[in-house]
Ligand binder design. Structure first.
Ligand code: ZN
Length: 184
């Protein structure tokens, strides 16, 4: 028997709400810290997820997290064969926190990229995403930062910001197809 995932699935109304900005004074509070902790645990608990947005945990706030493998070039991403070892790697992998994120700039160039979502189990499709973006956000300490992103990282940030607007990738995707995961 599988353990019930805490990640909300397509059809849950919370995924369709426009999430509320986090008040700067709340950053560092127990409420926000525990939201981030729960998001981090849920993300690490997935088999292949690289990012998660707060609405996917039923929390309608403008926060998302990205695992290091999606933002650090050269992240050691050779999947260990052992499921246990893979799980252990995910447990200790650094995560980047984005609070109240905003895309400041984006490239004119965009690409159709294969995409999936932790809230849409087994479905994949192609979504047009800007190749490069510049994103501004607050970190978990409330400090403002600006990051350039390209490739997978840019795609992930655009996907997660969509979640904060109540947009799911299937709304935009072409060539939607199902892949039934064959769980060993
Ligand atoms: Zn998603």
């Amino acid at each position: 028997m599988e353990t019930a995932s805490p990640i909300r699935q397509l059809g849950d109304p919370v995924l369709r709400k426009s999430a509320v900005p986090v008040a700067k004074n709340d950053i560092g509070s127990k409420k926000i810290s525990s939201a981030i902790k729960h998001m981090s645990a849920a993300l690490r608990g997935t088999e292949n997820g690289v990012a998660i947005a707060a609405p996917q945990m039923g929390i309608s706030l403008r926060i998302f997290l990205v695992l290091e493998r999606a933002y650090k070039p050269g992240h050691d991403d050779e999947s260990p064969d052992e499921a246990e070892q893979k799980k252990a790697e995910r447990e200790k992998e650094p995560v980047m926190v984005f609070i109240n994120p905003k895309i400041l700039r984006h490239s004119r160039a965009a690409r159709l990229l294969e995409e999936g979502c932790l809230s849409v189990d087994g479905q994949f499709g192609k979504v047009r995403r800007y190749e490069k973006i510049t994103v501004e956000a607050l970190d978990e300490r409330g400090k403002k930062f600006t990051r350039g992103a390209s490739g997978l990282f840019a795609q992930v940030v655009q996907h997660e910001i969509d979640h904060l607007e109540g947009i799911i990738f299937v709304d935009k995707a072409t060539d939607l197809h199902s892949i039934t995961s064959s769980k060993k």
